[in-house]
Design a protein around this ligand. Sequence first.
Ligand SMILES: Nc1ncnc2c1ncn2[C@@H]1O[C@H](COP(=O)(O)OP(=O)(O)O)[C@@H](O)[C@H]1O
Ligand SMILES: CC(=O)N[C@@H](CCC(=O)OP(=O)(O)O)C(=O)O
Length: 317
Amino acid sequence: MTTRKHNALPKARTLIEALPWLTRHHGKTVVIKFGGNAMIDDALKRAFAQDVVFLRHAGLRPVVVHGGGPQISAQLELLGLESEFKGGLRVTTPEAMNVVRMVLAGQVQRELVGLLNEHGPLAVGMTGEDARLMSATKHYAQVDGAPVDIGRVGEITAIDSGAVQALLDDGRIPVISSIARSSDEEDASGVFNVNADTAASALAAALGAETLMVLTDVEGLYEDWPHSDEVISRLTASQLEKLLPDLASGMVPKMQGCLYAVRNGVRNARVIDGRVQHSILLEIFTDEGIGTMVVPDPEPATAPRGGIAHHTTQGAA
Ligand SMILES: Nc1ncnc2c1ncn2[C@@H]1O[C@H](COP(=O)(O)OP(=O)(O)O)[C@@H](O)[C@H]1O
Ligand SMILES: CC(=O)N[C@@H](CCC(=O)OP(=O)(O)O)C(=O)O
């Protein structure tokens, strides 16, 4: 005879807590940006893949846009090439462009596609070059108010999301590298390096996604980085716009992307801690939520009173 002691109530409670969120998100598109700095170890990458597959089986339409900044820098270093950033963007010589393309499409994307496909024939990798997904023109960085040439860095001019929509309709999970084709006639065979946060936000807007979720290596947007441990839990587009000039380094394209997304039809944009295993599920399916959420400005008639919401956490420098 075998006996079993039942203690299923906490598990059932967790599942029931997810019910309203499952109902709310069913059929909705979620663009998830997986930052290179959040891809710390194999366990985290596997948990990320499990979460994305979970979303897909729960009836959402997840799209992954991945980064790979640290991985590109490591490869450039191996080749004896230095990494330089201006205005948060990599100065991309034609030589570096080949490395960016090789690392993003040939290494990082392949690894994520492989991890997702351990769960079934789900993931399909693309770069922005495929099916004309992303077209771009040369981008000049703004340094001290002046435009600076940073090489083959692209500014997105058009998104053709048809192939991504078709993959989603077919139940697949698109995994996208942020390389764009040139939209300039005199540079027809050229390609551009696009910041992955920027690419994810442009794609989220083009797809009419419900949510843009950006996984990075901090808990969210700190109000007074690097001095304070206060994470801003929720803010409106206008509140974010006022903070933008004071933001530094990698947070600049991230928060610019969140602002662009919510101003172009995405219902909310969130920055969450990719170092926490299963952070995607915690954010989407539990009542607490983690990280920072940016929402569109309220309609004037329903404008809430009060300022930016915060939660204090451990860990900021
Ligand atoms: N206000 C801020 N709040 C949180 N992080 C900030 C802030 N300002 C700058 N940062 C920096 O931005 C980094 C995240 O951007 P980045 O390094 O580009 O990550 P990813 O590879 O995930 O895109 C953080 O690790 C932190 O060093
Ligand atoms: C123009 C530019 O800076 N492109 C980025 C593309 C990768 C990226 O954005 O990766 P993370 O999200 O991990 O930072 C780069 O070359 O590093």
